[in-house]
Design a binder for this molecule. Structure first.
Ligand code: NCD
Length: 307
C-alpha cells in the first residue's frame, strides 16, 4: 500500500506502521540525507508537534519554512486554506498542517502534489502522533497481546481517534474510560467495530486499571467545548497520582501525548511507570523516519509510507 499524504491513521496497515517504526529505531545511528524543505503550517498552538517536525527535518540535513502564527500571516487578510497550501507548496518539498477544522488536512491535500502530513485537524485525527505513540508502546510493552486503557477526552481527543484506529492492526484489547459526555464519537466507534476491534467502554477507571499494560491519559480539550460550564463539569475527573498506580501492574506504562494540565500529578513523573517525556522525545526519530519515507516516495514519483 502506498500513500502520497498522511491524513488519517485508518490509512495505515500493520506493514506501514512497522516500516516506519523499524526505520525510526535505526535512524539515529545512520541518518539518511534529505536536503529537503519542510513547510510548517500551524493554525493552532503547538509545541511538541511543530518543534519535533522542525528538528526531524533539520536532523535529516534539510530545513524548514514556517508560516508562523495565524495573526502574522495572510490568513488574517482572509486568504483561504486552499490558496495558502498552494502557495507554500512552491516553497517546500513537504507540508505539515495543523488546523482547527476537522477534514482540513484532507481538503488541503487535494490541492497539493507534495506530501502533506495532518498534524491535527480539529477533533479529527493526528496520525503522526500515533506513530510515536506506537513506537513508545513497542519499546516499553511490545505490541502483541496488549491491554490498553485510554482515559479522558475521547470525544474531542484526536490523538485518541488515531491511536484507537491504529491499534486495530495489533492484538490489542482497548478499554475507553471517560465521562458519559466525552465518550468516543459514534463514527470512531463504528469504524472500530467494523475492524473487529476488542473494545469496552467505562466511566470508572478503578475497575479496569489492574488489567492494563498501558494507560494512555489525555487532556480534556477545553478549546473544543462549546460551553465553558460543560468543561468545568468534567475537568479533573481522572487525576492520576502515585496512589492511583498502587492498584496497577508494576510495569504499567503511563503515557500522555502532552500537554498535561492536571491529569497526571507531577509526583508521578519520577516513577518508573511515567513514560510521557520519553514518548515526546520519540517524536523526533519517528518523524525523521516518516519524512524520509514520504520524501523518498515522492522522489520516486510513486508515493507511499510503505515499502
Ligand atoms: C495533542 C494534540 O494537539 O492533539 N498534542 C500533541 O500533539 N502532542 C494533545 C492535546 O493537545 O491535548
Amino acid at each position: 500500500m502506498r500513500h502520497d499524504h498522511l491524513i488519517t491513521a485508518t490509512q495505515l496497515s500493520r506493514d506501514d506502521i512497522e516500516a516506519v517504526l523499524d526505520r525510526a529505531a535505526e535512524i539515529a545511528d545512520d541518518p539518511p540525507e534529505r536536503e529537503a524543505v519542510l513547510g510548517l503550517l500551524f493554525f493552532e498552538p503547538s509545541t511538541r508537534t511543530k518543534m519535533s517536525f522542525d528538528a526531524a527535518m533539520k536532523r535529516l540535513g534539510g530545513t524548514t519554512v514556517d508560516m508562523g502564527s495565524v495573526d502574522s500571516s495572510s490568513v488574517k487578510k482572509g486568504e483561504t486554506l486552499a490558496d495558502t497550501v498552494r502557495v507554500v507548496e512552491g516553497y517546500a518539498d513537504a507540508l505539515v498542517l495543523r488546523h482547527p477544522s476537522e477534514g482540513a488536512a484532507e481538503m488541503a491535500s487535494r490541492f497539493v502534489d507534495v506530501p502533506l502530513v495532518n498534524a491535527g485537524d480539529g477533533a479529527g485525527q493526528h496520525p503522526s502522533q500515533t506513530l510515536l505513540d506506537l513506537y513508545t508502546i513497542r519499546e516499553n510493552a511490545g505490541l502483541d497481546d496488549l491491554t490498553v486503557g485510554i482515559v479522558g477526552d475521547l470525544k474531542y481527543g484526536r490523538t485518541v481517534h488515531s491511536l484507537a484506529s491504529a491499534l486495530t492492526n495489533f492484538d490489542a484489547r482497548q478499554h475507553f474510560i471517560s465521562p458519559e459526555s466525552l465518550q468516543l464519537p459514534r463514527s470512531v466507534r463504528f469504524d472500530l467495530h467494523q475492524e473487529g476491534a476488542q473494545v469496552r467502554e467505562h466511566t470508572d477507571l478503578d475497575g479496569i486499571l489492574p488489567e492494563l499494560d498501558v494507560l494512555y491519559v489525555t487532556r480534556i480539550q477545553r478549546e473544543r467545548f462549546p460551553d465553558e460550564n460543560e468543561y468545568r463539569q468534567v475537568a479533573g475527573q481522572y487525576r492520576i497520582t502515585p496512589e492511583t498506580l498502587d492498584a496497577a501492574k508494576d510495569d504499567l506504562v503511563v503515557m500522555h501525548p502532552l500537554p498535561r494540565v492536571d491529569e497526571i500529578s507531577s509526583d508521578v513523573d519520577d516513577l518508573p511507570q511515567a513514560t510521557y517525556f520519553e514518548q515526546a522525545h520519540n517524536g523526533v526519530p519517528v518523524r525523521m523516519a516518516l519524512l524520509d519515507m514520504l520524501l523518498e516516495n515522492a522522489e520516486d514519483g510513486a508515493g507511499g509510507v510503505s515499502s
